[in-house]
Ligand binder design. Structure first.
Ligand code: CAA
Length: 248
């Protein structure tokens, strides 16, 4: 039988935060299409989800930095599973370093993966959402796009740029049943955080008023709330979820 559930496409779905978002949306009744980068990791990841009872999660391995591949990937998801109701842009990488040491590759890789990808996926789903008169787009940014971060000119620029796109697209789609929002997580307990040198990481944790890292599940819960049909009055917002570390 053809899929009847609303479809949610989560880029970076196999990552630390992405996994929790996929599971939360799946719990809420979506057919979740999880984007991945590494096929071997994705295969094992899907087996784990299925072993945990998540049979409404599937994979899609689109190269998000390739505009035409995104258009094709979105078309394929639509054909196989139905119209895409929810897009969550969660794919992201870090290539930290101070400006004086940062290579052009470190700059470009982060802009390409974290920001150009968001244009590519939004452009790929927007016409379908406009036709349906319904859509939810949620861009996962970062506290560091809000306040900047020593060692992250590339990442902070991409994450701040993401919210510029959110606000503009929210205005373009506000009368069309589509909401577009940014979620800005603080430091969440994932592999990405574990890459920060331990001493630096511990110093950062001390600056978080709640004195702990966030959990991926806390982000999943917020994303699922924004994805809900009943959340239609929230658009163009940048929602902080950071344990009080930045109050903008
Ligand atoms: N503030 C001020 N000064 C700092 C500093 C800081 N936060 N961190 C380092 N410095 C100083 C050092 O004390 C040193 O000073 P001196 O030159 O006077 O001795 C100098 O900066 C070191 O500069 P270098 O260019 O040599 O830097 P480095 O090669 O040692 O490494 C770094 C710098 C790569 C940025 C490293 O500090 C680091 O990894 N920092 C963490 C960056 C970070 O928070 N990344 C977040 C990743 S998680 C994420 O991004 C998810 C999310 O959305 C939240």
């Amino acid at each position: 039988m053809a899929n009847q559930a609303p479809v949610a496409w989560v880029t970076g779905g196999t990552g630390g935060i992405g996994t929790a978002i996929c599971r939360s949306l799946a719990d809420a009744g979506y057919l979740v299409v999880a984007g991945y980068h590494n096929p071997d990791k994705a295969k094992t990841w899907l087996e784990t989800q299925q072993a945990d009872g998540y049979n409404n999660i599937v994979l899609s391995g689109v190269d998000l930095s390739d505009h035409n591949a995104c258009l094709e990937g979105a078309r394929e998801i639509h054909e196989k599973h139905g119209p895409i109701s929810v897009l969550v842009n969660c794919a992201g990488i870090t290539r930290d370093g101070t400006m004086k040491k940062m290579s052009y590759e470190q700059w470009y890789q982060v802009i390409d993966t974290n920001l150009n990808s968001v244009f590519n996926t939004c452009r790929s789903v927007i016409e379908g959402m406009l036709e349906n008169g319904y859509g939810r787009i949620i861009n996962i940014s970062s506290i560091n796009g809000r306040k900047g971060q020593f060692g992250q000119v590339n990442y902070a620029a991409a994450k701040a740029g993401m919210h510029g796109l959110t606000m503009s697209l929210a205005q373009e789609t506000a009368t069309k049943g589509i909401t577009v929002n940014t979620v800005s997580p603080g430091y969440i307990a994932t592999d990405m955080i574990m890459k920060i040198p331990e001493q630096v990481r511990e110093a950062i944790r001390e600056t978080i008023p709640v004195k702990r890292y966030g959990t991926p599940e806390e982000i999943g819960r917020l994303v699922t709330f924004l994805a809900d049909k009943e959340s239609g009055f929230i658009t163009g917002a940048n929602i902080d979820i950071n344990g009080g570390q930045f109050m903008g």
